[in-house]
Design a protein around this ligand. Structure first.
Ligand code: ATP
Ligand code: MG
Length: 405
């Protein structure tokens, strides 16, 4: 009676177990399956009874299972019996699912049967997969956020740098402007008072109809206006250079003709018996440079040579076209540039100590240097107080901006 009861109980337990329970004989044929096992694999009991257990396995276990069983029976080597393992199952509808399999060996009425306990892991695996996917997505999200944050940070830093640069530039320009104002108020005074004096004198000479004197003072006024204009032009050139809107326009022209005209023009503003001698060397005449920028450079160098050397002197202006360069130079016998002042010569507003009361703003050479740089050229000078000064400009014929002639 008690045995009967406990068999019934056991049966009830097996029938209601959540995990699947399957028994097979020693050749792998299914002997029994509880309802959970049937449900897990999606079969009815009649469909499976007596069939090989491998029907519930996907490849490669499906074809190998008989071998596993024989191997165990031959060698007693346990691969799965007595242990648990995660394996894959094959449902009737062909889908696969993961489950945990525990197999035990039972000696029952002189024969061996094997019992498999099947714990479906689909839900756990799904949750695991979901978690994995979710984690990956989260990681991606974090990565993207970090990237965009980094990008934003980088952009902010760049904007800050740009703001700093433009602030520095603004400060520099402001400094330049205030220096210009103080320089201009000083440099403008001489030509302005000379113009005023001439105007007063013209009034006076008009009463006596002294035309010669009137013309002389009109000429003085014109010269003074020219000098004021020069200062303003220099400042405007500098502003344009600072704004980066000056770019060279190359064209091919005859350097001899160009230089002779320039010499003639500059000869008009020389001192008493100061002569500009122009010479060209080389068999070619044509150069490929920006005429306006070059004219401005040479006018500055020639006017310096005139300003900083005395009456009755020679100024040598020469041009040369050799195999790979254009070389232009202006040489005078003037006051020279003191050694200690030579390093600052190209700074805006810089003037050497020996200029005394010779007028000037200190902007000319700065502009020359920048124009020469724009045309990819070089500026060089040699100077001493006994032999005067020579400025040399050189340009590579095959420079990037130059189209070959
Ligand atoms: P400006 O802007 O009117 O040309 P500046 O002649 O004083 O004024 P730069 O032409 O820039 O200015 O020259 C800078 C300084 O270099 C001059 O003040 C002068 O001290 C020195 N310098 C330039 N050329 C000569 C020269 N040929 N001989 C002696 N000193 C020179
Ligand atoms: Mg000058």
């Amino acid at each position: 009676m008690w045995i009967m009861e406990s068999t019934k109980l056991l049966h009830a337990i097996i029938e209601t177990a959540i995990d699947g329970i399957i028994t097979i004989d020693n050749r792998g044929r299914i002997e029994s399956m509880n309802p959970s096992a049937l449900k897990i694999f999606g079969y009815d009991a009649e469909e499976l009874m007596g069939r090989n257990i491998s029907v519930l396995m996907p490849e490669p276990d499906k074809t190998r299972h008989d071998g596993y069983l024989l191997h165990y029976q031959d060698t007693g080597e346990k691969k799965i019996i007595g242990k648990g393992r995660e394996v894959r199952g094959l449902r009737k509808d062909g889908t696969q699912f993961p489950f945990r399999l525990a197999v035990s060996e039972v000696q029952y009425q002189d024969r061996v049967i094997y019992t498999g306990f099947i714990h479906d892991l689909s839900k756990e695996k799904e949750a695991e997969e979901f978690l994995k996917k979710y984690t990956i997505e989260l990681e991606k999200l974090v990565e993207n956020r970090t990237k965009s944050l980094k990008k934003m940070l980088h952009e902010l830093e760049r904007a800050k740098e740009e703001a700093n640069i433009s602030l520095e530039k603004e400060k520099y320009l402001n400094r330049m402007k205030s220096r210009f104002v103080s320089m201009a108020s000083h440099e403008f005074r001489t030509p302005l008072s000379s113009m005023q004096l001439s105007a007063v004198l013209i009034e006076k000479y008009l009463q006596t109809s002294d035309t010669v004197q009137v013309l002389k003072h009109l000429h003085k006024i014109k010269t003074a206006i020219g000098s004021l204009n020069g200062i303003l032009n220099d400042f405007l050139s500098l502003e344009k250079l600072e704004a980066g809107i000056v770019s060279p326009h190359y064209d091919v022209f005859d350097i001899i003709k160009f230089s002779e005209e320039l010499t003639e023009e500059m000869q008009l503003i020389t001192k008493e018996d100061q002569i500009i001698i122009y010479q060209h060397a080389g068999s070619e005449n044509n150069v490929n440079l920006d005429q306006n920028l070059l004219r401005n450079c040479l006018m500055n160098l020639l006017s310096n040579a005139i300003k900083y050397s005395g009456e009755h002197t020679l100024i040598e202006f020469s041009t040369e076209i050799n195999e790979d360069q254009y070389v232009l130079s202006v040489k005078d016998n003037g006051i020279g540039i003191p050694k200690e002042d030579q390093s600052g010569l190209f700074q805006p507003f810089f003037r050497a100590h020996n200029t005394g009361n010779i007028p000037g703003t200190g902007l000319g050479l700065n502009i020359v240097q920048r124009y020469v740089n724009l045309m990819d050229g070089k500026i060089h000078f040699e100077s001493n107080s006994s032999q005067g000064t020579e400025f040399t400009l050189s340009f590579q014929k095959s420079s990037v901006n130059n189209t070959p002639i």
